[in-house]
Design a protein around this ligand. Structure first.
Ligand SMILES: Cc1cc2nc3c(=O)[nH]c(=O)nc-3n(C[C@H](O)[C@H](O)[C@H](O)COP(=O)(O)O)c2cc1C
Length: 176
């Protein structure tokens, strides 16, 4: 028997999800934002999307440049995620503050994060305003992976009440 709870509390109970660092650049201003809102929207063409609130500095940069890079994070990047999820690029240089290195992309001008094991370069094909976030749908133009990377190293995040916790990927329990 299930009992009705407040909507926000119900959504807080959603399972754990991956977290990403999304990098962007416009007129030589580089920035990074921590993002939980990520979706894989289409196979052919390959479209992924990120949900960014209009108040974020990253929203301006992605909108104006038409590009973004989704960088997977592992445990070593935990402190960097914290910085990129709290500070705004309007006030600080997050590459410098989080000690991350911008790396030249293959297909876009936006920088990849060198310390990230997997970077997905995207060109915006559609911008959709959904409630309090803008979803930037990007066609994947290139992907780069670090040799030896194991996707099980990926970092997960879970909001619980007012706080959040980081987790690592769990064990394999079956086949579908
Ligand atoms: C775990 C976590 C997940 C987040 N997910 C999102 C998200 O999906 N979309 C968003 O707009 N902001 C998200 N944020 C908040 C932004 O990362 C934060 O407001 C950041 O400082 C914005 O940076 P900017 O102004 O430089 O773009 C998240 C923060 C954390 C800590």
């Amino acid at each position: 028997m299930k009992k009705k709870i407040a909507v926000t509390e119900g959504l807080r109970q959603l399972p754990i999800r991956p977290i990403y660092l999304v990098s962007s650049e416009y007129k030589k201003k580089k920035n990074i934002i921590a993002v939980g809102m990520f979706g894989y929207f289409s196979g052919k063409p390959t479209l992924v999307g990120v949900g960014i609130a209009p108040s974020r500095y990253s929203c301006d940069l992605i909108r104006k440049s038409g590009e973004f890079v989704v960088n997977v994070v592992d445990e070593k990047l935990r402190d960097a995620v914290q910085i990129c999820g709290e500070k705004s690029g309007r006030d600080v240089d997050k590459f410098e503050l989080a000690k991350l290195t911008p790396q030249k992309g293959v297909a876009v001008n936006a920088p990849l994060i060198e310390e990230s094991p997997l970077s997905i370069e995207c060109k915006v094909v559609k911008e959709v305003e959904v409630g309090d976030h803008i979803w930037f749908m990007g066609e994947v133009a290139a992907t780069s992976v670090r040799e030896g990377y194991d996707w099980k190293d990926g970092l997960l995040f879970k909001w619980i009440g007012e706080v959040g916790f980081y987790y690592k990927v769990g064990e394999r329990i079956g086949k579908y």
